[in-house]
Design a protein around this ligand. Structure first.
Ligand SMILES: *Cc1c(COP(=O)(O)O)cnc(C)c1O
Ligand code: SF4
Length: 329
């Protein structure tokens, strides 16, 4: 983490790209951040590398596009107590950490006021009291930021407190770290992960098969061996993964590492991310072709988050004949 690259010019040097590939107009309110281990999976000399495009600031982020907002999914309106977002029945999301190891340019929480929602230890008490007081909640989702950025001692203490709440059955960890920084999956983590009363589900976030190299594979297998159910969510991103071969390959590689594809999200309309948008129609066509070429369990659910809805909203269209679908792939 300490060696993560934050200077775009430095990143260009690593990738043997000219300085001119850096956008001087880019707004650095949400700066570049990318660890060495992720850079190692980028292709030198390729300015369109799908991993690079996910992290390199671009001037298009400064455009104000109608329909794109600072809080696109209404997280702030659903904050029950500081750090707890309660939108859906049965599960709550706890903002357990205020930062990420890598800054995704399309991040739906890029404008999130972590300072107000940051559950420092004192605030965990408020969050835990809230969860303990609502017996309809049976699953707690640790999110952020990236919860695996917490020290093992803090994380295992938090989960220990959750285990004492009798109506909880599961804890879910939403994290990009096993992919971005596989060395995080170390002995200390594996000593406590999956050993307690609560079933553990880990939802990782990968968008492109190039993110999953051998080191990630090994890390994921260790997590699976600890008895953790592994799922993946991706965001459909123009220029990064909006091709059938890419998505199929991602599903295949994930499964070979013990991870089931879970969600394929349409982009949350967050200010600064409009240039990544893939239309709903194209998204549907892509998933339809996936469905016709993969085992059913390798096809992720195409969803969009709609503010005020009781769940992630499935995107479905009229069934069309595959041979009518033109994808320009
Ligand atoms: C996405 C999300 C969840 C989890 O939804 P699932 O469909 O169970 O994966 C829970 N809480 C919030 C606030 C969410 O945004
Ligand atoms: S891992 Fe998730 S929360 Fe973190 S920067 Fe990426 S999209 Fe945002």
């Amino acid at each position: 983490m300490a060696r993560a690259v934050t200077d775009p010019r430095e990143l260009m040097r690593r990738l043997e790209l000219p300085d001119s590939a850096v956008d001087r107009m880019a707004n650095l309110d949400f700066p570049l951040r990318v660890p060495e281990s992720f850079i190692a999976r980028m292709e030198p000399g390729n300015p369109r590398d799908p991993l690079l495009l996910q992290v390199l600031p671009h001037y298009q982020e400064t455009r104000l596009v109608p329909g794109y907002h600072q809080d696109p999914v209404g997280d702030q309106a659903s904050m029950a107590v500081p750090g707890v977002i309660h939108k859906y029945r049965g599960r709550v999301l706890l903002i357990a950490a205020a930062s990420c190891a890598l800054h995704c340019r399309y991040c739906f929480r890029r404008h999130f006021p972590y300072a107000e929602a940051n559950p420092k230890s004192e605030q965990w008490r408020g969050a835990l009291d809230y969860i303990a007081g609502d017996s309809t909640v049976n699953e707690v989702i640790l999110s952020g930021g990236d919860p695996l950025l917490l020290a093992d001692s803090r994380l295992s203490m938090l989960i220990g407190r959750l285990e004492a709440i009798p109506h909880l059955r599961r804890v879910r960890i939403h994290t990009r770290l096993p992919v971005v920084l596989p060395s995080r999956v170390n002995k200390t983590l594996l000593r406590w992960l999956g050993k307690g009363r609560l079933q553990v589900v880990m939802v990782i976030h990968t968008n492109h098969p190039n993110e999953l190299d051998e080191t990630v594979h090994v890390a994921l297998q260790k997590i699976a061996t600890a008895g953790v159910t592994l799922l993946n969510q991706s965001v459909l991103l123009k220029g990064v993964n909006d091709r059938v071969e890419t998505l199929n390959e991602l599903s295949e590689i994930l499964f070979s590492a013990g991870v089931l594809p879970y969600y394929l999200h349409l982009l949350d309309k967050v200010q600064g991310a409009a240039h990544f948008e893939v239309s709903e129609e194209r998204a549907l066509s892509l998933v339809e072709v996936m469905r016709n070429s993969l085992s059913g369990y390798l096809v992720p659910r195409l969803v969009r988050e709609r503010q005020g809805a009781p769940a992630k909203q499935p995107i479905s269209g009229m069934l069309r004949r595959t041979d009518e679908i033109r994808l320009d792939i």
